[in-house]
Design a protein around this ligand. Structure first.
Ligand code: NAG
Ligand code: NAG
Ligand code: NAG
Ligand code: NAG
Ligand code: NAG
Ligand code: NAG
Ligand code: NAG
Ligand code: NAG
Length: 533
C-alpha cells in the first residue's frame, strides 16, 4: 500500500508539471489576437486608433481577460496572444512603435505596456478556469535595433559574439536567410547566434521558466525558418509544451514540412494551404482548385503530422481575406476547409468582423469599432467551432482527410464520416456547376447539412449531387445518426457536463490538465493520508 502511495505521488509530481502536448492541442480551435488591438480599458477614447499610425492603442492583458466571453461564445477553445516580452520603447522609428510586440529588447522581462506579471497570470488563470488554452508568441531569431551597430549591453545577450554580424538577407540562400539580419537598415533586426552554446543554454532556461511561471499551454514561434532547424528540438523540449513555428512560404510543401517532426517542431503554420486557398477561392482570382488538391496530397506525404498544422486565412503578416477576395462566400467556403480538414483552425481577430485591411500595418485594425457584434461571419465561425468541438470528442481529429471529388468549381473532402463540399463560384447563383460527389455511404441513407439542417438523401451508388442554383454556399454533411447527442439540427445536446460550464457546445472537449492534476493530487493526498494514519 505504501508503495502505491509513493508511486501515485511520483506520478503526480510528474503530471503536475506536465503541460499541453500536440495530442491535447489537436482538437483545439485558436483565436489569434494582437494584445494592443483587441480591447480597450473602460473610459478610453475608442476613436483614437489609426492602424496607419503604427502606435500603441491601449489594449492590455486585463482587457483581454475582461472580454473573453466574446471569444469563448464563438466556440474557440484557445487563444494565441502577441509577444509579451520587453520591446524597444525609444523614440518613434520610421515604422512607428512596437505595439505588435515583435521588436524584442530584453526577452527576460515583460512588456509593461500590456500590464504586470500578475495581470498576465490572471489572464492565464481565467482562460484555464474556462478550460481554454493560451499560446504565447515568442521571438527567438532576432532582437530589434535602430542601428547597424547596436549597443548590446541593453539586451539580454550582451556580447556581440552571441549575434551574427550584419549582412542583408540574400533571399533563396538558406544560410543567408538564417544568419543575416531581417528588417532593413532603418530598423534592423540583429540576428541572434543560435549556434552559440551559451545562447542555446540561456534560451532553454528562459523558455522553461517562462512557461512554468505563467503556465502557458503552447508557443507560437516567430520566424522559425530563420533559425537552423537543429536548434528547435532542444528548445522545444525545454519549453515542454506544444510549439507551432512560423515558416513563411508559398505553396511548396517540402520547405515547410522539414520544420515539423522530431527533427524540428510539433507544428508549423500551414502556409502552403493558405496560399492554395487564396489561389483556389479568391475572387477575383485564378480559381485554381488543383492548387488545393495538390497541397492536400503533398502534405500527407511530406508533413510529419498534418492533423496538428495551424490552418489560417489571415494573420498579422498577410492581407485580410476580404482585401484579397470581395465575395463573402469565398471566405465561408475556404474557412470550411480550414475547420473540417486536418489541422487546428486559427482565426485572426477581426476576421469574424469581415475586416478588410491590406498588409501590415493596415491588417492590424482595432477590434473595438466593431462593437463586438455577432455578425454573420461570427455566427458562421461559431457554428463551425461548435460542430468541430463536438466531433473532437471522438477520434475524428486524428483521421486523415481524403479527397472525394475535385472539379473546376470546387472540391469535396471527407474526414471521419464528415463530408465537406466547397465551391469557388461565389455568391451569385449558377447553373452547370454541379459537383457530383462519390461518397462511401449507402444509397438512401440520410445525411444532414449541419450549416442549414437540411436533410440530404444519398443517391444511387453513393452519389451526392451538389447544385449551386441558389449561390455558392458551402455544405457540410454528417450522417443523420451521428448527430443524436450533438445539439445540432434538433438533436439534443449530450448531458455530459464538462467542468462547471452551462454553455452549450462551446466548452472545451476535455478537462484542462491542470485541473486533472489538481483532482488527482486531491485523491492521492487523501489516499496517502488514509494509508499513513
Ligand atoms: C468596464 O465596463 C464593463 C461594462 O460597463 C464592466 O462590466 C467592467 O467591469 C468594467 N471593467 C472595469 C475594469 O472597470
Ligand atoms: C549564401 O549566404 C552566405 C551567408 O551570407 C554566404 O557566405 C554564401 O556565399 C552565400 N552563397 C551563395 C551561393 O551566394
Ligand atoms: C556563433 O557561435 C558559434 C559557436 O560558438 C561560433 O563558432 C561562431 O563563430 C559564432 N558566430 C559569430 C558570428 O560569432
Ligand atoms: C494550379 O495549381 C497547380 C498546383 O499548384 C499548378 O501546377 C498549376 O500551374 C496552377 N494553374 C494555374 C492556372 O495557375
Ligand atoms: C485593401 O486595403 C486597403 C488599405 O487598408 C484599402 O484601401 C482597400 O480599400 C482594401 N481593399 C478592399 C477590396 O477592401
Ligand atoms: C438555371 O436554370 C433554371 C432552369 O432552367 C432557370 O430557371 C434559371 O434561371 C437558371 N439560373 C441561372 C442563374 O442561370
Ligand atoms: C442515434 O440514432 C440512431 C438512429 O436514429 C440509432 O440507431 C443510434 O443508436 C443512436 N445513437 C445514440 C448514441 O443514441
Ligand atoms: C458554477 O458556476 C455558476 C455560475 O458561474 C456559479 O454560480 C456556481 O457557484 C458554480 N458552481 C460550482 C460548483 O462551482
Amino acid at each position: 500500500m505504501l508503495s502505491l502511495a509513493i508511486s501515485l505521488s511520483l506520478f503526480l509530481l510528474f503530471s503536475i508539471a506536465r503541460a499541453a502536448t500536440a495530442d491535447q492541442w489537436r482538437g483545439r480551435s485558436i483565436y489569434q489576437l494582437i494584445t494592443d488591438r483587441f480591447a480597450l480599458p473602460n473610459g478610453t477614447d475608442p476613436s483614437a486608433c489609426d492602424p496607419a499610425e503604427r502606435a500603441y492603442c491601449g489594449g492590455t492583458w486585463n482587457t483581454i481577460r475582461e472580454n473573453l466571453d466574446y471569444i469563448q461564445d464563438a466556440g474557440f477553445t484557445a487563444i494565441w496572444i502577441s509577444p509579451v516580452n520587453e520591446n524597444y520603447d525609444g523614440p518613434r522609428t520610421v515604422y512607428g512603435d512596437a505595439y505588435h510586440g515583435y521588436w524584442i529588447k530584453d526577452f527576460s522581462k515583460l512588456n509593461n505596456r500590456f500590464g504586470t506579471a500578475d495581470d498576465l497570470k490572471a489572464l492565464v488563470a481565467e482562460l484555464h478556469r474556462r478550460e481554454m488554452y493560451i499560446m504565447v508568441d515568442v521571438v527567438i531569431n532576432n532582437v530589434m535595433s535602430t542601428s547597424l551597430k547596436p549597443d548590446y549591453s541593453q539586451y539580454f545577450f550582451e556580447d556581440s559574439s552571441m549575434y551574427h554580424p550584419y549582412c542583408p538577407i540574400q533571399w533563396g540562400n538558406t544560410t543567408s536567410e538564417q544568419t543575416c539580419w531581417l528588417g532593413d537598415t532603418k530598423v534592423p533586426l540583429p540576428d541572434v547566434n543560435t549556434s552559440h552554446p551559451t545562447v542555446i543554454a540561456q534560451y532553454g532556461d528562459w523558455i522553461h521558466d517562462l512557461v512554468q511561471e505563467y503556465q502557458f499551454d503552447g508557443l507560437r514561434i516567430d520566424a522559425a525558418k530563420h533559425v537552423h532547424v537543429d536548434f528547435w528540438p532542444t528548445f522545444a523540449a525545454k519549453a515542454g509544451v506544444f510549439c507551432m513555428g512560423e515558416v513563411f512560404s508559398g505553396v511548396e510543401v517540402d520547405p515547410v514540412a522539414q520544420y515539423q517532426g522530431p527533427q524540428g517542431l510539433d507544428s508549423v503554420l500551414n502556409y502552403p494551404m493558405y496560399t492554395a486557398l487564396v489561389e483556389a477561392f479568391g475572387i477575383p482570382g485564378p480559381g485554381n482548385i488543383t492548387a488545393v488538391s495538390t497541397v492536400i496530397e503533398q502534405s500527407q506525404n511530406s508533413f510529419h503530422d498534418t492533423t496538428v498544422l495551424g490552418n489560417f486565412l489571415e494573420n498579422q503578416d498577410v492581407p485580410r481575406w476580404h482585401n484579397i477576395s470581395v465575395d463573402p462566400q469565398s471566405l465561408y467556403n475556404a474557412m470550411v476547409l480550414n475547420f473540417m480538414m486536418d489541422g487546428i483552425p486559427v482565426v485572426y481577430y477581426g476576421q469574424e468582423q469581415s475586416f478588410s485591411g491590406s498588409s501590415d500595418p493596415y491588417n492590424r485594425e482595432p477590434l473595438w469599432p466593431s462593437q463586438y457584434q455577432q455578425t454573420d461571419a461570427y455566427k458562421f465561425i461559431q457554428t463551425l467551432n461548435q460542430f468541430r468541438n463536438y466531433l473532437v470528442k471522438t477520434d475524428w481529429a486524428t483521421q486523415k482527410t481524403q479527397i472525394l471529388t475535385a472539379s473546376p468549381y470546387g472540391i469535396a473532402v471527407m474526414k471521419g464520416k464528415i463530408i465537406s463540399v466547397v465551391t469557388n463560384i461565389g455568391s451569385p447563383p449558377r447553373n452547370g456547376t454541379d459537383i457530383a460527389v462519390k461518397s462511401p455511404f449507402e444509397s438512401s441513407s440520410s445525411m444532414i447539412n449541419i450549416l442549414t439542417c437540411q436533410q440530404w438523401v444519398v443517391g444511387s451508388r453513393g452519389y451526392l449531387d451538389v447544385q449551386y442554383t441558389k449561390g455558392g454556399q458551402p455544405v457540410i454533411l454528417a450522417p443523420a445518426d451521428s448527430l443524436n447527442d450533438s445539439g445540432f439540427c434538433g438533436n439534443t445536446l449530450s448531458t455530459t457536463v464538462v467542468g462547471n460550464s452551462t454553455r452549450q457546445n462551446s466548452a472545451a472537449s476535455s478537462l484542462h490538465p491542470w485541473r486533472l492534476s489538481a483532482a488527482a493530487l486531491f485523491i492521492a493526498l487523501t489516499l496517502h493520508w488514509a494509508i499513513k494514519y
